[in-house]
Design a protein. Structure first.
Length: 138
């Protein structure tokens, strides 16, 4: 692994955490939405990531870091409430809440924010180490 790979790794980590934070924000924004049926109710979305590893025997492969494999919807149950006067209620008078768990989303928000900050610290430390290495010849 080259010394400059650290910047690619931290950059991909920051990109991954940024995507995770965007999905968390979307989930929190839609936490209180309702629908007239279960299929149209908002489902929480979460990113799926994977580690990218460079194979030393196949140098043309993509580099190291984190890659996003996709976004999956939560399969948690939607809560059905009886509200016959609600404009979104179905024929039986029920509305379906989103399946967003606010406590889980807040934990995800804190975790992704701190991971993003840690990647920034890795970048700053690596930059400082490279600068000090360059000054060794002075």
């Amino acid at each position: 692994m080259a010394l400059l790979d650290v910047f690619d790794i931290a950059g991909s980590g920051m990109s991954a955490q940024s995507m995770r934070l965007n999905l968390t924000s979307s989930n929190i924004a839609n936490a209180n939405t309702v629908s007239g049926n279960k299929e149209d109710a908002y489902s929480a979305r979460h990113a799926v990531f994977s580690a990218m590893l460079k194979d030393r025997f196949a140098p043309t492969e993509q580099g190291v870091g984190v890659e996003m494999l996709g976004v999956v919807e939560s399969d948690a149950e939607h809560i059905m409430r009886y509200e016959p006067n609600h404009p979104m209620a179905n024929e039986e008078g029920y509305v379906f809440d989103s399946n967003v768990d606010i406590a889980e989303e807040m934990a995800n928000m804190i975790s992704s924010s701190r991971s993003y900050q840690n990647n920034i610290e890795v970048l700053n430390t690596s930059k400082e180490m490279l600068l000090r290495t360059l000054r060794l010849g002075e």
